[in-house]
Design a protein around this ligand. Structure first.
Ligand SMILES: *[C@@H]1O[C@H](CO)[C@@H](O)[C@H](O)[C@H]1NC(C)=O
Ligand SMILES: *[C@@H]1O[C@H](CO)[C@@H](O)[C@H](O)[C@H]1NC(C)=O
Ligand SMILES: *[C@@H]1O[C@H](CO)[C@@H](O)[C@H](O)[C@H]1NC(C)=O
Length: 777
């Protein structure tokens, strides 16, 4: 055969091959991944395809049919197909932190799905302190996710939310979290997960959520230490009463279908290789009904970067034996088979992992045949970016905005008196900045400038070219604008160039010359000057708090696609702000004796270590956790609450020693249903309707140095019309919320007088032990 004809036929066949690949890819792209196609004669009668059987039986049948090689290829996020069983490949990695995201290869935008509703960043929605809002957002996001899955553009397994504690104000990913308080983060986790996963019958899932990153992960890259190498040294006490709390709530109350372990080590062991964390705590103690996944390449990271094991096979075996079920990355797919051959791992260990992943896929309906016939099977392009979804994004931004200062009061502005506004600052006309990280493609944007433009005439000046603000070149234009306008709005702050994944902040002040811009503009301004801070983490704005020329300050977080409209609604008083800070705003010098690498929550006066978060830090703050003003005023009265509560103790299970202790172990009490009802009247004494987040804190009896000096035990959001009153019943679960954790990590209920605080009101509750007689069974 001549070389010419060979090359021609090669060219032709590769052209045909490409054509086939191209067409099948295209067809594939519009088909969601599923198995058990009724039209496929080879598979439709297989036991694992029979929807009338229990999921456990179906999963067992399927695993029994797989070879070791096939099993190993299902251990990575990019799970291989098993053509002989009609099982398509599946990409596990999709994200939906605050809207369907395009971070992760499982989700693409384009074609019939050019965009999805982009809600405010989580730190902003957390500030709303409204659990039904969080659940509602989850419901909408999963409608859109399921619609995109039906269109072949997304998966059903979303590795969201991020519920790590915002431990250090410099953390670049603090924006993704619900803040610094474990109870708030736990409620957020459970609510958002419920919204995402839906309330389907039995064990079914609308989509599968994932709480991440377990645990003590809250440092990305600080002063030469990065998350791939960091060993977080954490006390048992801090694990039990801080780091574990949101994850426990996510698993036990939210019933999440997945937990992700983190990159870092905890006390010398990579979290993804720690059987105490994965097998014992998450799966054993909390009874996870779902799968445990690694952070992306974190198994590779503990072998390659941390040198935790001497061979890759050992790393694979350690991870799976610790309880890892799925690897985000190729590592397990490459090394697991050899680990089995070397005797480090049994095939049954792999089966256990696959039971957990395949069960979730079955609960999602991925083995139930034609997806369009499933619940949610008819959701499609018209269910994404709907007017009501976009309205919820706007509403969430309104609810999350926090009014930090309102001197005079300067706000709300009046469209009659404030006809021309100077709108100034590096964030005054931004779009993608408003959606923060782990976002997708938004349906559309309303920038602050556009939002304000709906109420007044605007004069726009950037002031700084970007948030880094390295030059004062544009200051003159900004001060000129302020001189001419009836009021000045400065939209300043941060963006992903300052705080992001891989990027922790060095300090808490505004970057570059922004502070200078604000001060100069405020001095020049003819009318009131209003500062609008867009940021995930807290900013030390003491200068503005103390500057009488700055009338008001709003913190808007990263307010999502409709952020500019929400800001304008608050500025002009069509929405009365009710958000509250989900994290402490510290002064810059707080950082002086606070290495980011020191995990301790509790202060250490001997070392000059100040402690972390409002629960343990008592020093000066710029604005405290829970701070947030309104255009009206609310007063609280406790109308009914117990002052004495008996905590039942099992007689036969307790020695006298445990009873004489001042703090009884929770496990020694019968407190499953023990809860205190506190009736509070919330009175709106102003002239504007408003919503109010009622935060209830408690202070335990002289708990010694190790107890928090106060902690959030409940919160409720209420709407109260002007000059009227609402009665709110707050339920406080005694064992969960009036307990403290001792140095050994044991949760105890201190006997004696606890003090509840709501705003300025205090209420004492005395707890005492009541021994129950021996119950004969
Ligand atoms: C950490 O940040 C430094 C710059 O501050 C950068 O050079 C380095 O690549 C970063 N490391 C990681 C792991 O992101
Ligand atoms: C507890 O103390 C009481 C009286 O002080 C004593 O009668 C009883 O036997 C003790 N019980 C136990 C289990 O030690
Ligand atoms: C909480 O959010 C929901 C959903 O947006 C909203 O309907 C409700 O009014 C909010 N509650 C309060 C008290 O603001």
């Amino acid at each position: 055969m001549s070389s010419t004809s060979t090359s021609t036929s090669t060219t032709l066949s590769s052209f045909l091959f490409l054509l086939i690949v191209f067409c099948s890819n295209n067809a594939e792209a519009r088909r969601p991944a599923f198995a058990c196609d009724e039209g496929d004669a080879r598979t439709k009668d297989l036991v694992f395809c029979r929807t009338n059987l229990g999921i456990a039986e179906r999963v067992g049948d399927l695993i029994g049919r797989l070879t070791l090689q096939e099993k190993v290829r299902l251990l990575g996020n990019n799970a291989a197909d098993v053509p002989r069983l009609g099982i398509k490949g599946y990409e596990w990695w999709s994200e939906a932190l605050h809207g369907v995201s395009n971070v992760g290869p499982g989700t693409k935008f384009g074609g019939e799905f050019p965009a999805a509703t982009s809600f405010p960043q989580v730190i902003t929605t957390a500030a709303a302190f409204n659990a039904s809002l969080w659940e509602e957002i989850g419901r909408v996001v999963s409608d859109e996710g399921r619609a995109m899955y039906n269109g072949g553009m997304a998966g059903l397994t979303y590795w969201s939310p991020n519920v790590n504690i915002f431990r250090d104000p410099r953390w670049g990913r603090g924006q993704e979290t619900p803040g610094e308080d474990p109870v708030l983060a736990g409620q957020y986790a459970a609510s958002y997960v419920r919204g995402l996963q839906g309330n389907l019958d039995g064990n079914r899932l609308k989509v599968a959520a994932c709480c991440k990153h377990y645990t003590a992960y809250d440092l990305d890259n600080w002063s030469g230490v990065d998350r791939f190498h960091f060993n977080a040294k954490v006390s048992r006490q801090d694990i039990a009463d801080t780091f574990d709390v949101p994850f426990r709530s996510c698993v036990m109350e939210g019933k999440v279908a997945s937990v992700m372990c983190s990159y870092n080590q905890v006390n010398g062991i990579p979290t993804c290789a720690d059987p105490k964390l994965l097998r014992q705590t998450i799966r054993g103690d909390w009874r996870l009904n779902g799968y445990i996944v690694s952070d992306c390449d974190s198994v590779g990271v503990f072998y390659d970067n941390q040198h935790y094991t001497s061979t890759p096979e050992e790393a694979a075996a350690d991870a799976i034996k610790a309880g890892l079920d799925l690897d985000c990355g190729p590592f397990l797919g490459i090394h697991t088979e050899r680990a089995v051959q070397l005797g480090m791992l049994k095939e049954s260990d792999i089966n256990s992992a696959l039971i957990n992943t395949l069960t979730v896929q079955m609960r999602l309906g991925m083995f139930d045949g034609e997806p369009s016939k499933l619940p949610y099977g008819t959701l499609g392009p018209r269910d994404v970016c709907t007017p009501s979804h976009q309205e919820l994004a706007l509403e969430a931004a309104r609810q999350g905005i926090v009014l930090l200062k309102n001197h005079g009061p300067s706000l709300p502005l009046s469209p009659r008196r404030h006809r021309t506004l100077a709108v100034i600052g590096p964030n005054s006309d931004v779009t993608v900045t408003m959606i923060g990280n782990y976002a997708g493609v938004a349906c559309g944007y309303t920038t602050p400038l556009q939002g304000i433009g709906m109420y007044a005439k605007t004069i726009h000046q950037q002031g700084c070219a970007n948030v880094a603000c390295t030059s004062d070149e544009l200051f003159a234009g900004a001060t000129d604008a302020a001189r001419q306008a009836d009021a000045t709005i400065l939209v300043i702050g941060l963006d992903q160039s300052i705080e992001a994944e891989f990027r922790d902040r060095a300090g808490l002040l505004l970057p570059g010359l922004q502070q200078d811009l604000v001060t100069k503009v405020a001095a020049a301004s003819k009318g009131p000057t209003i500062l609008v801070i867009m940021s995930g983490g807290p900013v030390d704005v003491s200068f503005a708090k103390n500057d009488p020329r700055i009338g008001a300050i709003l913190w808007v977080g990263y307010p999502g696609q409709a952020g500019g409209a929400a800001i304008a609604d608050v500025l002009f008083g069509t929405h009365n702000p009710g958000g509250k800070l989900p994290m402490t705003w510290y002064p810059q010098d707080y950082l002086a004796s606070l290495p980011m690498t020191t995990m301790d929550m509790r202060s250490n006066p001997r070392k000059g270590y100040p402690g972390r978060t409002y629960r343990f830090y008592k020093g000066p703050v710029v604005y405290p956790f829970g701070h947030g003003l309104s255009y009206t005023n609310f007063e609280h009265t406790i109308v009914d609450a117990p002052t004495m509560v008996a905590v039942p103790i099992d007689g036969h299970r307790n020695s006298n020693a445990s009873l004489s202790s001042k703090a009884i172990k929770v496990t020694h009490t019968r407190c499953n249903r023990l809860s205190i009802g506190v009736h509070v009247d919330v009175k709106n004494v102003g002239s504007m309707d408003g919503s109010h987040a009622l935060l209830v804190f408690s202070t335990p009896p002289n708990g010694g140095h190790w107890a928090p000096h106060k902690q959030l035990v409940a919160f409720e959001k209420v709407n109260v019309p002007a000059r009227s009153q609402q009665r709110v019943l707050v339920q406080i679960h005694v064992c969960k919320y009036l307990s403290v954790v001792d140095r050994a990590g044991i949760r105890r209920i201190p006997m004696g007088e606890h003090s509840l605080h709501i705003g300025g009101v205090r209420h004492p509750i005395a707890l005492h032990a009541e021994i129950l007689g021996v119950i004969k069974s």
